[in-house]
Design a binder for this molecule. Structure first.
Ligand SMILES: [Zn+2]
Ligand SMILES: [Zn+2]
Length: 297
């Protein structure tokens, strides 16, 4: 047995997990005092990833309405001496403290503004850049993946940014997983489908940690061997460029492929002029005229 396992251990690749955390918690989470439980689950999940292998590394990005900031890892100069509690690994105690301090700093720097969409795409782009930089500077293979944790629901205003991030991630073979809490997000679901990740709406905050450990902790290579929740039908609606509403049917500019929910004579993106000839109405009128003329003949 030992001889069979050995080659796999030698081939063990390092995994870089970037957790993109939406810190503009929705009002229901705050009202039910579940924010602490959510943050605990994120910290424990991050520690579990680091414990999986000594080669594993972690990045955590906090996304607030006004900023997206990398809170872990931080520059060594700013690290204070952290003494781990008994029997806790130093790296885990350090990560826990730095992540907690970082979230506290981001949330308290802009208090009271929860109605604006968080900069999720900014956070994901930051995570992508960090992973790409680490991939370029690492000798050997490094697998990067992103886990987005959000409770804000749809963010149609950032539609184009979402798509840019997803296709960039797909090109670099970076998996984008998403775990949403209470509110579904169709764009994150599309991102998981495009990049080969998992999308899950956590049924309850109480069981969030179990869902994170079950669905999102295993690397992509292991997931095919696990029994995971069946993916839902992907909501592939797109956001119109005029109002940022999610639509199923719309008008597409034949020059720049911008999408609009209503007909506009000038494309607001590329300024192309269109002529609307009223095709259907003219056809209907012709038919009506023919039917009126027929008895006369
Ligand atoms: Zn519109
Ligand atoms: Zn156009």
């Amino acid at each position: 047995m030992g001889s069979q396992i050995q080659p796999e251990e030698e081939d063990e690749v390092s995994e870089l997990l970037a957790v993109v955390l939406d810190t503009s918690f929705n009002s229901a989470l705050i009202k039910e005092k579940n924010v602490g439980q959510l943050l605990d689950a994120v910290v424990i999940f991050s520690n579990a990833h680091l414990m999986n292998s000594s080669k594993n590394t972690l990045a955590v990005v906090a996304c607030h309405p006004h900023t997206a900031k990398m809170i872990y890892p931080v520059k060594k100069d700013s690290i204070q001496n952290i003494r781990p509690p008994d029997a806790q690994m130093e790296i885990l105690a350090h990560a826990t403290q730095v992540i907690r301090d970082g979230i506290k700093e981001v949330v308290t720097s802009w208090q009271g503004v929860y109605s604006i969409e968080p900069l999720l795409t900014g956070g994901m782009a930051l995570a992508l850049c960090y992973i790409a930089k680490r991939m370029a500077n690492t000798v050997g293979k490094l697998n990067g993946r992103i886990l987005v944790l959000s409770s804000s629901g749809e963010s149609a205003h950032q539609y184009l940014n979402f798509m840019n991030v997803f296709f960039a991630a797909q090109r670099k073979a970076i998996v984008v997983d998403s775990c949403v809490i209470q509110n579904d997000c169709g764009l994150l679901q599309q991102g998981a489908d495009i990049t080969g990740g998992n999308y899950l709406k956590a049924p309850s905050i109480a069981g969030l940690l179990e869902y994170l450990l079950w669905v999102f902790l295993p690397p992509k290579s292991l997931r095919a061997k696990l029994v995971l929740p069946k993916p839902d039908v992907v909501d592939y609606r797109t956001a119109c460029f005029c109002h940022r509403n999610l639509i199923e049917v719309g008008y597409v500019c034949s020059v720049c492929l911008s999408i609009f929910c209503q007909f506009a004579p000038i494309c607001s993106t590329c300024q192309t002029h269109f002529k609307f000839i009223g095709f259907k109405q003219s056809m209907v009128k012709k038919k009506e005229q023919k039917s009126l003329q027929a008895p006369l003949l």
